[in-house]
Design a protein. Structure first.
Length: 125
């Protein structure tokens, strides 16, 4: 599995969503991809229940260039609806969680891009 291609696709979609004129947009996808789209690795495996709804907002990034990451974060209200009452994980914690999940996926037999280890894939983040 080429995680960099998945990350690139997620970045493209976040940028596309941010550029849309609509204020609210519904995204339907597979839970595994949603980790990459949201960069939210708090709940392992897919972390999403069937037909689950979460609300995310774009984080201010200081510029509007096409090169921005268009990062999003789940709203407090959305987290509370899922029983998450503490603050969301930090970016560093998310990166660590990502590594654990990618390693778990590799251990379950998901192929990692040839020539890369899970550690290499995490460094690409």
């Amino acid at each position: 599995m080429d995680f960099q291609k998945i990350r690139d696709r997620a970045l493209y979609i976040r940028r596309w969503l941010k550029a849309r004129p609509e204020k609210e947009i519904v995204v339907v996808s597979h839970g595994g991809f949603l980790h990459f789209l949201t960069d939210d690795w708090e709940d392992g495996s897919t972390g999403w229940a069937n037909t689950e709804c979460r609300t995310y907002e774009f984080l201010p990034d200081g510029n509007d260039s096409e090169l921005e990451d268009a990062m999003i974060q789940e709203t407090v209200e959305s987290r509370q609806c899922r029983g998450k009452f503490g603050p969301p994980p930090t970016r560093a914690s998310q990166k660590e969680l990502c590594g654990l999940i990618l390693q778990g996926w590799a251990d379950q037999g998901y192929a990692i891009r040839e020539g890369n280890s899970v550690e290499d894939e995490i460094k690409l983040r």
